[in-house]
Design a protein around this ligand. Structure first.
Ligand SMILES: Cc1ncc(COP(=O)(O)O)c(C=O)c1O
Ligand SMILES: Nc1c(O)cccc1C(=O)C[C@H](N)C(=O)O
Length: 408
């Protein structure tokens, strides 16, 4: 049969074909999921990895319940932030010894921005500007503004795409989201990092929406500092610890604005004077959040044997296919994608603009398709390649068309 006479494949048939040939399909079994729901909110809260409940039961029952204080050494609690940081490094392209897990992303943004401004001003005290991407996730903007005030800097909001051109002799630091949480636009990490460096400044990347969704290449691209959460594509659980990356050669100059006793060179010396530890430990603050760190530790087991290139390929295939299904099912002009069509500019989510988006998402959720709504008019659908199927993308687009039909 020639292509012209071949019957067109329906979206549902295509989904079934793509799921059959998907090399990552079997990874879904590593998660606790049900077939009644299409879960497209892993860009807000990743699904529960299958081993976490048993690990937490063991940590609580045996490590805490029986070993009690001995677990700080015997169960490896004390070194968990660096050990888990290295596992996050393996997924973000950072060699061991540069990432520490702990605290929230917000707190790590504070450490990173103030620490980076201090390094920039050490080299050139005239640097008094912090650039922030204009559509940043709010917490980064709030904290950067406060960090700027504390370090005698002014804040300047610039479109992420223009940060490379905006960085100049007064720039101390640029804080950029790798993917825009609203639109799903992927920003140019290698190009922006190189341009900020050429201006003599440092760059801090927020990887919340990219770690676990695509290869990041922290070391390869010479990123200075980075932060991110672990409850999205890394599936660490609600409120899971975040992380801080400080490039190895910058670590001796990293002067933390939150020098807690856990980042002291000799914490149990209980010295009056602060002496910073070497390496990624310097990014710690206080006592590590052991229960959630160890939940994250087990959550990271789902990555065993998984190639991030395969994850990225499936993420793009899923988002392409979802957009194709939306075009097939939803009449023209009812929704508009604000996620770039260009693969090089797309993260792992699709954002659709539509009227009454809050109510539309409410109805989608009631019908078993879980995405989320972001102000003012965005329907957000996150695609987690480890557990999202092409059939999920097809069903989500089909139910979306039904909901929209009902509202017209
Ligand atoms: C880009 C980005 N940064 C930071 C945060 C949140 O930071 P925190 O974990 O401190 O609430 C989020 C999501 O909540 C986010 O999407
Ligand atoms: N961290 C969250 C939370 O505690 C409750 C609800 C949502 C979140 C999120 O992560 C939101 C997410 N960062 C976003 O991109 O909108």
């Amino acid at each position: 049969m020639s292509d012209a006479t071949k019957p067109t494949e329906s979206p549902a048939a295509k989904a079934a074909r793509l799921d059959t040939t998907d090399e990552l399909a079997k990874l879904r079994d590593r998660f606790v999921l049900d077939d009644a729901t299409v879960y497209l909110d892993g860009n807000s809260l990743g699904a529960l990895p299958a081993g976490v409940q048993d690990r937490i039961a063991d940590v609580v029952g045996r490590e805490w319940g029986q070993l009690r204080i001995r677990s700080w050494t015997e169960s490896g609690w004390w070194t968990a932030p660096e050990r888990i940081g290295d596992r996050i490094g393996a997924l973000t392209g950072a060699a061991p010894g540069q990432i520490v897990a702990g605290d929230s992303t917000s707190v790590n943004v504070f450490k990173a921005v103030v620490g980076a401004v201090r390094m920039a001003q050490q080299a050139d005290p005239a640097r008094d500007e912090v650039l922030v991407d204009a559509t940043t996730f709010p917490t980064d903007g709030y904290i950067a503004e406060s960090a700027a005030r504390m370090t005698g800097c002014a804040i300047r909001a610039v479109d992420a795409a223009d940060i490379a051109a905006a960085a100049g002799p007064r720039t101390a630091v640029a804080l950029v989201n790798h993917v825009d949480y609203r639109t799903g636009r992927l920003h140019d990490l290698p190009g922006t990092t190189a341009a900020v460096h050429a201006a003599g400044a440092l760059v801090v990347w927020d990887l919340c929406h990219t770690a676990g969704a695509l290869p990041v290449g922290l070391d390869e691209h010479g990123v200075d500092l980075a932060v991110g959460c672990t409850y999205k594509y890394l599936n660490g659980g609600p409120g899971a610890p975040a992380y801080l990356y400080v490039r190895r050669d910058l670590q001796p100059r990293f002067d933390s604005p939150l020098p807690g006793w856990n980042s002291h060179r000799d914490p149990f010396a209980m010295e009056a004077a602060y002496r910073p530890a070497d390496g990624s430990v310097r990014g710690r603050v206080g006592t590590p959040e052991i229960l959630s760190l160890l939940a994250l530790d087990t959550a990271l087991d789902v990555w065993d044997g998984v190639s991030l290139d395969a994850v990225r390929a499936k993420s793009l295939a899923l988002t392409d296919f979802f957009l194709e299904c939306v075009a097939a099912y939803v009449p023209d002009g009812v929704v508009r994608s604000v996620t770039p069509a260009e693969h090089a500019e797309r993260g792992s989510q699709v954002a659709l603009r539509c009227s009454d988006a809050g109510a539309v998402m409410g109805e989608l959720i009631a019908r078993g398709v879980v995405g989320d709504f972001r102000e003012p008019d965005i329907l957000r659908f996150g695609f987690t390649p480890l557990y999202t199927r092409f059939a999920d993308a097809e069903r989500a687009a089909r139910v979306l068309a039904q909901v929209l039909e009902g509202t017209r």
